[in-house]
Design a binder for this molecule. Structure first.
Ligand code: ATP
Length: 237
């Protein structure tokens, strides 16, 4: 469904930060790129989103190569750690924005915004500005904004990194609920082993631009293929 084929990436033309990356995320699947800081996870998401171009290899969406397609034409939703909400707009205006750029009618926009707010349980918060919300609520708005135009693929880059432990666990549950409800395909990035193990259908363990192992949480835990995976998965567990 969302596929990386022999993808390499170098920012300076010399050092490869992603080396021969292959991954096929199936429709409706929740796949996580897990690895230490600087291992190349974000770079992979940026290439799928269209903000970075692979140095070598191909990115495909639903079987079609999309290397040359600009981000707004890919129909992909994105959520980042820092929310990236527009501070001068209300919550409802933030959610309406991706629909306005797609030229939906006012009535459709209103209906979709209301539905997205309900999905993240913020029905009553449409008129507030981001600064009047807690961190967890802001992250829910960011999630709603990524989903409001009904993308088939959602990319999330450390979306819960700024939240405290309790809120993080609550949001993990919320994201899983929404994933199940919508049947949307998710490609998720984290350096948190527990988060990856609890949320994912499959996990690609990254180190140094290379996938060390791609497997289900159970398999990674029980049958790590090398010392790095065993060490990294075992840490904090
Ligand atoms: P983190 O969890 O810290 O975000 P990551 O696994 O997502 O790490 P990347 O952000 O993909 O890793 O970075 C991989 C490498 O590429 C790092 O060495 C980083 O310094 C480098 N890099 C990332 N973005 C750029 C850029 N725009 N220009 C040059 N180098 C970059």
């Amino acid at each position: 469904f969302a596929r990386f084929r022999s993808v390499q990436k170098s920012y300076d033309g010399v050092e490869l930060v992603v080396k021969d990356f292959n991954l096929d995320v199936r429709q409706g699947e929740f796949v996580t790129l897990l690895g230490p800081s600087g291992s190349g996870k974000t770079t992979c998401l940026m290439m799928m989103a269209g903000f970075e171009t692979p140095t070598h290899g191909e990115i495909l969406l639903k079987g079609e190569p999309i290397n040359g397609l600009p981000p707004h034409k890919r129909g992909i939703g994105m959520v980042f750690q820092n929310y990236a909400l527009f501070p001068h707009m209300t919550v409802a205006e933030n959610l309406a924005f991706p629909l306005e750029v797609r030229h939906l009618s006012k009535a459709e926009i209103k209906q979709k915004v209301q539905r997205a707010l309900a999905m993240v349980r913020l029905d009553e918060f449409g008129d507030r500005r981001p600064a009047q919300l807690s961190g967890g609520q802001q992250q829910r708005v960011a999630l709603a904004r990524a989903l409001v135009f009904e993308p088939e693929l959602v990319l999330m880059d450390e979306p819960l990194g700024a939240l405290d432990k309790n809120l993080r666990e609550e949001m993990q549950y919320e994201i899983k609920r929404i994933h199940a409800e919508l049947g949307v395909t998710m490609l998720y990035v984290t350096h948190d082993q527990t988060e990856a193990l609890t949320m994912s259908d499959r996990i690609a363990v990254f180190n140094d631009g290379v996938v060390q192992q791609l497997a289900s949480p159970d398999t990674l835990y029980e049958q790590p293929e090398n010392a790095f995976v065993a060490y990294f998965i075992g840490e904090n567990n």
